[in-house]
Ligand binder design. Sequence first.
Ligand SMILES: [Zn+2]
Ligand SMILES: [Zn+2]
Length: 595
Amino acid sequence: MEKETNVGGATVSEGQSPKIQKRTFIKRDFKKEKRAEKGNASQGKGLQVMFFGGVGKIGDNMTALRYGDDILVIDVGVGFAEPDMPGVDLVIPDMSWLKAHKEMIKGIAITHAHEDHIGSLPYFLDDVKATVYGSKLSIALIEGKLREFPKIKMKSQAVNPGGAVQIGCFNVEFVHVNHSIPGSYALAITTPVGVVFVSGDFKIDFTPIAGDTTDLSRMGELGRKGVLLFMCESTNIERPGMTMSERVVGQTLDEIMDSHRNNRIIVTSFASNVHRVQQIMDLAKKYNRKVAFSGRSMINTMEIAMKIGEVKFDHKQIIDIEKADKVKDSELLILGTGSQGQEHTALDRMVKGEIANIKIGSNDLVIFSSSPVPGNEKSVTNIINQFIALGAKVIYDDLSDVHASGHACQTEFMIVHKLLKPRFFIPMHGEIKHLKYHEQFAISMGVKPQNIVVPHVGSVVEVGHNYIKELKDVLAGEKIVDGKTVYDVDNAVVKDRLQLAEDGLCVVVFGVNKNSGKMVNLPELIPRGFIYPNELGSIVKEARQVVIDAVNNAATEGEKPDWNELKNTTKKVLTNLFFKKTKRKPVIIPIILEV
Ligand SMILES: [Zn+2]
Ligand SMILES: [Zn+2]
């Protein structure tokens, strides 16, 4: 097998508009690889860790452990589209290798229900019938998500904190951790070669809103017995200190609400941050405010969380958003989606005046109880500016402690490294810079440099009692989801969109005599998106002339015209001319009428 991964991608450097680079792809012969793989099933005798996503970028987390003929899949997440994929909603890991080996998949363990860990399940479970294991809330949220995919029947099992299940040759224990969604787990997996500890996304919150602190004593026990391999998230590895407790957010919001009693309050947060929403609901009650939910994902998530008892509040407290204008400003709190500045969300619609009964003005206090996900900084700043321009007061996490990250900082990483004392280490859940930083960090915590592997998408790492080594890569990469269908990243539709967006288009219509091949109706040109008005006249005039010349030159007396060749000639001469004049290569659409 040759090592093949997607090369290239979009790069954005500071102070520069996004530069779109064309991706280059190397075609893989998947059938051949599968034959090779089958003939070479025991590629080694150790445990194999396979990375299908989540390393080298934040998003689409998906990892597999394989021992002999048993595969355990850990998380099946989505990623977000890059700037060179216009119109694409989601990116998912290329799961074709796993699908081709589906009979070996004994189960799917979910660490928690964030989209970057569960979002690709609908595109995996359509083919793979293995049972999905996770917390009660994770399973409930996945079930909610799958309602949009009625053909998929999921087998699932909810596991309590500290519970364990046997999945093939793996004994998987679900260890309670704090994160920005309840029901988050690390996994302590006993394998035939030793214990593998997968951190999931975590922080250590000594004053959590509900439930316990991350199960440090269990980590200590595991460390004393011996952890062979530690696989740890790396999101905030560069940040010193401890992550702020969720409780501090509640105290800050309390102070803000106390000092803004007459304002109408609008709060936005991540819909899945159930305990944050709980704190906001409790404060609304304290300050005698009715709560109106706005945004579908907020309503769905709260309904599910309420059903399984993760949140508790008085139904009388909630009013329909349609009735929001019937309530005095001082007695209303609107809780909406759109903290990332995304279009068509509750906040976006409010600021654009699209929600008829909510007009933003100077008596509004808008609280962003969230932080921008990397890549969204610009859209968040944008929406904050729009609220301020309408006269609202806006509080966001740079100004006040209205948000706490769900991810550990360095002190917390030190604690878990010291408790687990692993022999081998693999950083995950991060961009390359986070993974490399975590490598050095692990060395400073006592892991031997030769005992660490920094993986990339497609990496296969083999671990035995006394060794860790990289094997040949497995087929991996990204696919895109457009609507609900999965395509290759380099498909023609996206390429066309990219070309249309970058270079515009030109329709050219003319008539040709079907016997002589000579032009009879002179060409009409309709250029869009690549010629500025001051040059339009001269370029169009020249373009018409090159088309007339090309068509008439191609005509041969007594021969019928070749329509395809005429189309291609037209495209070629226009592409050349437009490139010479504008340095752009618009999509050319010739329409030739037979006369
Ligand atoms: Zn994550
Ligand atoms: Zn997460």
